[in-house]
Ligand binder design. Structure first.
Ligand code: PEP
Ligand code: MN
Length: 342
């Protein structure tokens, strides 16, 4: 349920409404929009006298929200949410933000050259796995904390914010020490105690869609983080499992307009894991920008054939540069801004 307050509602009136809800044992989340203040009420509705609530001074409307997610819903927060990442990057505003880097951090030189090139092409956020969720226990698992340090140094050197995956509750503290944005991988999207812990992380979260998750399930996972206290969530479409085998996954680009209709949260697209093959990454990245994504996440590598993970889907630097130039044209054509090449 949400409570839409009168435009002229006073702070004192809003406080009384909030107090009434809390006294009934429900949670209240406040969203101050351009036009209205909206109170999202979470908990057992039967504990509240809705008619009495509707008559309280300052209340304009009491609206039931039928979706199983409330705080992630556009009903609760009509304006787009803009998530600040690091000191200067905003995701969900007018910029289409590019996150680029290798699948995994391998060496100081590999992440340094990747960061330098990504920054030169106009990317704003450096990616690179430190703790890798590999399907096989025998595949490269990442350099752990050493990778976090290398990633942070390379990001700082080139003015890039940093995103990397965190896989367990235990890792949240150390990853938060180095990263500006905490990535939840597809395999962890429905790890609910983990999501709840990320609600207290104090850092924005990049929540990737599970490979067998519906859009509604993605939004419910976001709800876990929101209701645990973290409003800064960026959603990511990265492909889902279907009967199609020609690509690694099936990149569901329709998720972009659907999520933007249902939710206020920003949405980016990862075409690299979506298609799994280098030659298909650029067309889908361009399509993602055209579909209205707030950003793209692309794997690049100085020498993809020697990459320790996901080489076949990693773009060469030249391919990435060409992609950036094309995406810039598409973004500006649809009225969005795009990082300038240096
Ligand atoms: C990744 O981005 O490094 C990754 C492992 O992606 P996903 O969780 O989408 O498979
Ligand atoms: Mn990868």
């Amino acid at each position: 349920m949400i409570i839409v307050c009168e435009t002229k509602a006073t702070e004192a009136q809003i406080n009384v409404i909030e107090q009434k809800i809390r006294e009934a044992g429900l949670q209240v989340h406040r969203s101050d929009g351009v036009e209205y203040t909206i109170l999202g009420v979470v908990g057992d509705r039967n504990r509240l006298d809705i008619n009495a609530l509707a008559l309280m001074p300052g209340v304009r409307d009491v609206v039931p929200v039928s979706t199983p997610y409330k705080l992630a819903s556009r009903d609760f927060h009509p304006e787009d949410t803009v998530v600040n990442v690091g000191e200067s990057v905003q995701v969900g505003g007018s910029d289409v933000v590019v996150m680029a880097g290798p699948c995994a951090v391998e060496t100081a030189e590999q992440i340094e050259t990747s960061a330098a090139f990504a920054a030169r092409c106009g990317a704003r956020i450096l990616r690179g796995g430190a703790f890798k969720p590999r399907s096989s226990p025998y595949s490269y698992q990442g350099l752990g904390v050493e990778a976090l340090k290398l990633l942070r140094q390379a990001g700082d050197r080139h003015g890039l914010a940093v995103v990397t995956e965190v896989m367990t509750i235990d890792q949240i503290a150390v990853v938060s020490e180095y990263a500006d944005l905490l990535q939840v991988g597809a395999r962890n999207m429905q790890n609910y105690p983990f999501l709840t812990a990320l609600g207290q992380a104090g850092k924005p979260v990049l929540l990737k869609r599970g490979m067998a998750a519906t859009i509604q399930e993605l939004l419910m996972s976001a709800e876990y983080i929101l209701t645990a206290g973290n409003p800064d969530i960026i959603l990511c479409e990265r492909g889902i499992r279907t009967f199609e085998t020609a690509t690694r996954n099936t990149l569901d680009l329709s998720a972009v307009p659907v999520v933007k209709h249902l939710s206020h949260l920003p949405m980016i697209v990862d075409p690299s894991h979506g298609v799994g093959t280098r030659r298909f990454v650029a067309p889908m990245a361009r399509a993602a920008v055209a579909a209205g994504a707030d950003g793209i996440m692309v794997e690049i590598h100085p020498d993809p054939d020697k990459a320790l993970s996901d080489g076949p889907q990693s773009l060469t630097f030249a391919e990435f540069e060409a992609l950036m130039n094309r995406c810039r044209i598409i973004a500006t054509t649809i009225g969005r801004r795009f990082g300038r090449a240096k």
